[in-house]
Structures are given as C-alpha cells and as structure tokens.
Design a protein. Structure first.
Length: 68
C-alpha cells in the first residue's frame, strides 16, 4: 500500500490508479531506477506516456558516463 511504501526512505510513489488507489508507479530515490505497473505504450494514446521513455533514455545516457 502507499502507506507502507511511504515508510521506506528510498521509495517515492509516482503513479496512483484513479479507480482503486493502488500504487502503479515507484521511483528509487537513492538509485537511478523507476517502474510502472501498466503498459505506458498502450491507452489512452501512444504519446501520453512518452515522458517515461524520455526519462529512461536519459538515465541510460547518464549511466554511460559513469566509470565503474
């Protein structure tokens, strides 16, 4: 639940389902990681969630600059 997630210091809720208030998106604030529990490329349209793909591509670009 969102309450349980909010107790974790490194998790941020980014998406909530408007129909049943379940968590549908998370971000790890201490790492370069996020997730969504739906198909962002599907409805309502193919460009409505483009920002998620933009964020993902930017994380990949930044990750390539880091030498391990």
């Amino acid at each position: 639940s969102e309450d349980e997630i909010s107790k974790a210091s490194n998790l941020k809720v980014t998406h909530i389902n408007l129909n049943d208030n379940t968590v549908e998106g998370l971000e790890l604030t201490d790492k370069k990681a996020f997730s969504v529990q739906y198909h962002p490329e599907a409805s309502p349209g193919p460009h409505d969630s483009r920002y998620l793909f933009d964020i993902f591509i930017e994380l990949i670009r930044k990750g390539k600059l880091i030498k391990l």
